[in-house]
Design a binder for this molecule. Structure first.
Ligand code: 13P
Ligand code: SF4
Length: 350
């Protein structure tokens, strides 16, 4: 269990973290990136944390890699690199700083550690898990191999290091279809997201894609009827769905792509109204850079991503916690699967 009392007592000894409107005003350049979605009163609460984190990052030679589902004060206030899972994995191969603070979920921090065994990788809360990563173990991969002899295993990066180590290659939602299409075998095992696998199967009909039955608790909740009802109510809305959604939801959408693919699509198309069928922070984070787009519709919150807060990031940097470690033998095998994905993505021009 996270020890909030210890964290708060210790932070209070070293930092003045009271809401500070004067400091908030001094940091108006940072606030300008999120003023459409964060109130001035909330910014006065966040500003002391943002200032302390940015100072500490320099002192400790640390870099913050943040996923697109982080809240706006993290995404715009303290992150050095933001992006989807593929972009963050690639960024992790290029880090020069001594410490990586992964603002995202545990499998992302493990991926950074796998790619950077000599660096210190911290995650502000070890309980930031993922329903997909928890759905399969290395034994599950072995079961699939026994059921489909000779078929390669393509594992989503949303898996533990042990599962990556047991796989032939990884994928993300940004490259899954292209990686499956590029493999020479006809039958391909995809783990652990059944919906990503089914969406890939629809895009690559020449392959026999078989899958593990995991799912994302955020995206599995959407239904095709939700989308139809919403379109009836708001006909001019462009619907953009993440490929972790069930295939019948993706079929109702105008576009489907990874979180970075979603940003690229909305930036290019500039729809008047856009419904992002994904995690809530996605729309909040891009609202200020796309002032002409009205983001509408319901969204679902990822409880794991939301474990990461400014307060815990400050604590993580201050105390050097929570360090993410991966057994070196497992890391070597997992690195092969992740690096193969990165290399193939580059070769395919993704
Ligand atoms: P991408 O950012 O790679 O699209 O992944 C979404 C996700 O759910 C990560 O947990
Ligand atoms: Fe896992 Fe879904 Fe949360 Fe991403 S949004 S971390 S896939 S539970």
């Amino acid at each position: 269990m996270f020890d909030f009392d210890r964290m708060r007592d210790e932070l209070a000894l070293h930092y003045d973290l009271a809401p500070n409107p004067e400091l908030a005003a001094e940091m108006s350049d940072i606030y300008a990136r999120m003023d459409r979605v964060i109130s001035p009163a909330d910014w006065a609460v966040f500003a002391p944390y943002v200032a302390a984190i940015n100072t500490l990052k320099k002192e400790k030679n640390a870099v913050i890699l943040a996923h697109n589902y982080m809240t706006p004060e993290i995404y715009h206030g303290v992150a050095d690199v933001v992006g989807d899972s593929l972009a963050l994995a690639i960024a992790a191969t290029e880090v020069e700083a001594d410490i990586i603070v992964q603002c995202g979920v545990h499998f992302m921090a493990e991926t950074s550690k796998i790619l950077n065994p000599a660096k210190t990788v911290l995650i502000p809360d070890l309980e930031a898990g993922c329903s997909l990563a928890e759905s399969i173990t290395a034994e599950g991969v072995a079961e699939m191999r026994a059921k489909y002899p000779g078929a390669p295993v393509v594992s989503y990066v949303n898996t533990t290091a042990e599962v990556k180590a047991a796989s032939d290659i990884c994928c993300t939602s940004a490259n899954a279809a292209q990686i499956v299409a590029a493999l020479p075998e006809e039958t391909i095992i995809m783990t652990p997201d059944q919906f990503l696998a089914q969406n890939v199967a629809n895009m690559v009909p020449e392959k026999n894609v078989v899958w593990w039955a995991g799912s994302c608790i955020v995206h599995e909740q959407y239904t095709a009827q939700d989308i139809r009802d919403f379109r009836e109510w708001h006909p001019s809305t462009r619907v953009i769905a993440h490929p972790e959604c069930p295939p019948e939801v993706v079929a109702e959408a105008d576009f489907s792509g990874s979180t970075s693919g979603i940003l690229d699509y909305v930036t290019r198309e500039r729809p008047e109204h856009a419904m992002l069928v994904t995690e809530c922070s996605m729309a909040s984070n891009i609202a200020d850079q796309l002032p002409d787009v009205d983001f509408v519709g319901p969204c679902n919150m990822c409880p794991y991503m939301k474990k990461i807060t400014l307060e815990k990031i400050l604590w993580s940097l201050h105390a050097g916690v929570m360090e993410v470690t991966v057994d070196p033998d497992v890391a070597d095998k997992a690195r092969h699967a992740v690096q193969r994905m990165i290399d193939l993505s580059r070769e395919l021009g993704l």
